[in-house]
Design a protein around this ligand. Structure first.
Ligand SMILES: [Zn+2]
Length: 435
């Protein structure tokens, strides 16, 4: 081991993790938790497995702090989405190396970061690193499904909060290198929209389909409402993350109405990033009506995928949606919202990301981004007020290719990026551990 470089170490560990099938469902993450424990313990890293059921363990590893300085958590999940071998060029669980890339399900989402986090904490332990507060590494189960019952980070925060309580966390979510107007930026996810679906229940009166005039067809009434949803242009707001992003790339932050134009003037890529973050989004996706061809439905239910800006409430959203739909025989029934949290931008962890990027690629900068989906970061922000960022810098792989490969065939990670990831996580640990 002593002669192995960190680059070789992270590559080998990722290959081993890929070779364990942790497709969720069913998950079987215990295999990954045990592999990581066996890797970490010989270096003196304290390891504990926490599991709701034996086959779905979470690993929590730590280097104890000297005192009660800030705790940093390196967070990742070991489960993956499924893979259909017929669609792949290689066996999705082979961990094969081709052209400097490690191939396999989970290479990007997110066994690469699991491996990099493990190598970062292992190498620091070998060097005798004594952080001011605990340095924690959690490789959790059940991120990709996370339903009720839950087995991963949400369960840990609820049942074993002392294991994962932290002031700062580095998670997945961003890190892509984007060129805006010819300048390189690394995106750091500091906030996320809230996934807040609702059902539009449209009422009518049933009747025999051969006599349409005696009934009141809820499906036909829903059609008009769906068109109004499609035409909805929710009010634009400039959230702090977009303001800081535009400030970084444009040098100034325009008004909410001019934000999209200003981004487009700088670079169409910037406009594409900013557009979904200027307002809530509302997309009808599913519908149910009559279950008989000859019966006019009395009720039609339209399921609408709705994403709110961080801080925006369902109540505010409903007011705007009702104003757009006008009066009618309908109700809006909200489903439970998830995500929608944010972390501050002027923090020591942000400083660490900036100093790392300045060193890794002089001239490049870090820019905050609010992600349209949500990650496990929101559990930490909700439970402990943690400053959690999604940041795993990717310098070599093209971000569009990476986005295409996640949850898809031929997923693979660049060895160069894995090595960069180890360097970043060590840098973050050293920076927070010296506060
Ligand atoms: Zn993931």
């Amino acid at each position: 081991m002593a002669t192995q470089t960190l680059r070789e170490e992270v590559t080998t560990l990722l290959q081993e993790l890929i070779r364990l099938n942790t497709v969720n469902p069913p998950g079987n993450e215990t295999a990954a938790a045990e592999l990581l424990r066996n890797y970490l313990e010989p270096f003196g890293v304290e390891c504990e497995l926490y599991s709701r059921v034996p086959e779905r363990a979470n690993l929590v590893a730590r280097i104890r702090g000297r005192g009660d300085g800030p705790r940093l958590l390196l967070l990742s999940h070991t489960d993956t989405v499924l893979a259909d071998p017929a669609e792949w060029t290689v066996d999705p669980w082979s961990g094969e190396i081709r052209d400097g890339q490690v191939w396999g399900r989970g290479a990007l989402d997110m066994k690469g970061q699991v491996a990099a986090s493990a190598v970062a904490i292992a190498s620091l332990a070998r060097e005798g690193f004594e952080p001011s507060g605990d340095l924690i590494f959690a490789a959790t189960a059940d991120e990709e499904v996370g339903d009720d019952p839950d087995y991963g980070l949400s369960w840990l925060c609820r049942e074993h909060p002392d294991a994962v309580r932290c002031d700062f966390a580095v998670n997945e979510g961003a890190g892509d290198r984007v060129q805006v107007a010819g300048r390189p930026f690394y995106l750091c996810a500091t906030a996320e929209k809230m996934s807040s679906p609702f059902v539009l229940r449209v009422h009518g009166r049933s009747g025999h389909a051969s006599l349409p005039s005696i009934a009141d067809n809820a499906l036909v009434k829903a059609a008009g409402l769906i068109e109004r949803i499609a035409a909805f242009q929710p009010e634009r707001q400039l959230i702090p993350e977009v303001q800081a992003f535009l400030q970084a790339v444009c040098g100034s932050a325009p008004s909410p109405d001019r934000a999209l134009e200003a981004a487009r003037a700088i670079d169409p890529a910037a406009a594409k990033m900013v557009e979904p973050l200027l307002s809530m989004t509302v997309s009808p996706t599913m519908i149910t009506a009559s279950n008989k061809r000859n019966v006019i439905p009395a009720l039609t239910e339209v399921t609408v995928d709705c994403r709110l800006l961080p801080g925006q409430t369902q109540k505010e959203a409903e007011r705007a949606i009702r104003a757009q739909l006008g009066d009618g025989d309908y109700e809006i029934v909200w489903r439970e919202g998830q995500g929608g949290t944010r972390s501050a931008l002027d923090t020591a962890l942000w400083g660490a990301a900036e100093s790392f990027i300045a060193e890794a690629e002089p001239g490049a900068r870090v820019a905050p981004i609010c992600v349209a989906g949500f990650t496990d970061s929101h559990w930490l922000r909700d439970a402990f007020g943690t400053v959690a960022y999604g940041f795993f810098p990717v310098m070599k792989m093209d971000p569009e290719l990476a986005a295409r490969l996640v949850h898809s065939a031929d997923e693979r990670a660049e060895v160069d990026d894995l090595e960069l990831g180890v360097r970043w996580l060590r840098h973050a640990a050293l920076a927070i551990g010296s506060l």
